[in-house]
Design a protein around this ligand. Sequence first.
Ligand code: NDP
Length: 515
Amino acid sequence: MAEQHNSDLDAIVNGGARTPGGEQTTRLNGAPVSSENHSVTQGQQGSVDLRDVHLLEKLAHFNRERVPERVVHAKGSGAFGELHITEDVSRYTCADLFQPGRVTPMLARFSTVAGEQGSPDGWRDVRGFALKFYTQEGNYDLVGNNTPVFFIRDGIKFPDFIHSQKRLPDTGLRDANMQWDFWTRTPESAHQVAYLMGDRGIPTNFRHMDGFGSHTYQWVNEDGERFWVKYHFKTQQGWEFWTDEEAEAAVGANADTSREDLFNAIERGDYPRWDVKVQIMPLDEAEDYRWNPFDLTKVWSQKDYPLIDVGYFELNRNPKNFFAQIEQASFEPSNLVRGIGFSPDKMLIARSFAYADAARYRVGANAHHLPVNRPLNEVNTYAKDGAMAYEFNDPSDPVYSPNAYAKGAGTDDDKETSGSGVTVGVAGDLGLWDETHGTDFTRGAYVQHPEDDDFAQPGMLYREVLDDAARERMAGNIARAMAGVSEQVEQQVYEYWGKVDPHLSQRVKELFTQS
Ligand code: NDP
């Protein structure tokens, strides 16, 4: 099993890697380049010639080397490793990655929040703690921080909050006035600001800090029983932090303290580890708990809900290419897997849209085709095309649903999920909370009214509005539009029109078979 997963990780880490190039460089079309040093000119002193396609391509590609940096968490570092499950939490979740003994390849990306890509790692700031698990049942992304709480509890405030922490529109400078103005007018920020202004507000590096899933999620076991869960990742390296003075001195000498520390530790074989623990809250305790357990600005006291051991993760491979594997990595809270669902945490729901959308904007509609973002298991989807499409379905696969070929999730075998939401949660689709909040979420059909028969109104149109000549023209139009259908689809067409009106179906059949 471990060997299997190592080769999975090899494929992710090496995906896209070119073999070392020889001395002869090539253009992007693979043809040899005659010089990397001299442009082609019209005569030795003349102007550069437009036919120097290598020069043009080289400059044009250089102009396009960057994708937009993340608006938040722009400066980050990452590494690959594995999640090891040492305990049995299967009574709480059927998620593949948390089953006893499981080893799952993963990617972690740590970051600061407010600074841009070149900003110092040592600023007083929250640190991002984003994890991607390449499970056997799809990718599971957890987007947390090194704090258990957050500044706000509703995603609608997020752009305002980040604006206040970034730069003034006129000077382009950061501004304590707007930071404190926002915080002090946002009472729910006090817990996070207390954490930030405390000792742990400037970790010395990414290895010496805890991580938290921060949000409340839902776990669902094989029997469909549901629990609320919070993730804790406790550093085995121990917490280390800087005072303001220490950080200022470090930052002055080196902007990349955390990036360098993580990379060098892994290079020398000193692999950082975090214990994975969870707090579990029985579903029905959420209603009466002394804090709102879905409010991202509150923790669940560990005295009420002690930490439960799950396992640990280790980071042991540096990326081979920072841009391809870290800058283009996308972490999407909407990437849920079977056995894990959402909670009514408003920030989590907002993030479940915003993060995936950021990847679509920054990297592209097909960001998930890149080796670092692609799941290990087969993707079987009707999504197609878009910029930089690399993967595609077998030509025999239909490109739509429902279809006659029994491929993919057509409406025929769609399970309508309603009421308890358990099916939805287990399916890693939504994960709902209706019982504690009196709301049912349904993935299902329209409510049927007494006369809601899909074929009744077209039947009325055919019988009561059209005259004989129009009915005949309609049958002819249908028969001609059927040219090229398969035998199976031909029968479907007769059945379809038969439900509208048997005479119409009969007439279509006559005209089609005569044609
Ligand atoms: P506990 O006494 O059970 O836990 C206290 C928590 O505080 C521990 O997780 C501890 O982490 C952490 N801690 C210790 N020093 C600092 C520090 N300088 N800055 C931030 N956190 C620190 O108490 P409760 O669970 O009842 O929570 C009490 C308060 O502790 C909360 O209001 C919250 O502010 C803070 N806290 C709570 C957490 C939770 O998930 N319940 C998590 C982190 C902080 P460690 O074991 O690594 O020392």
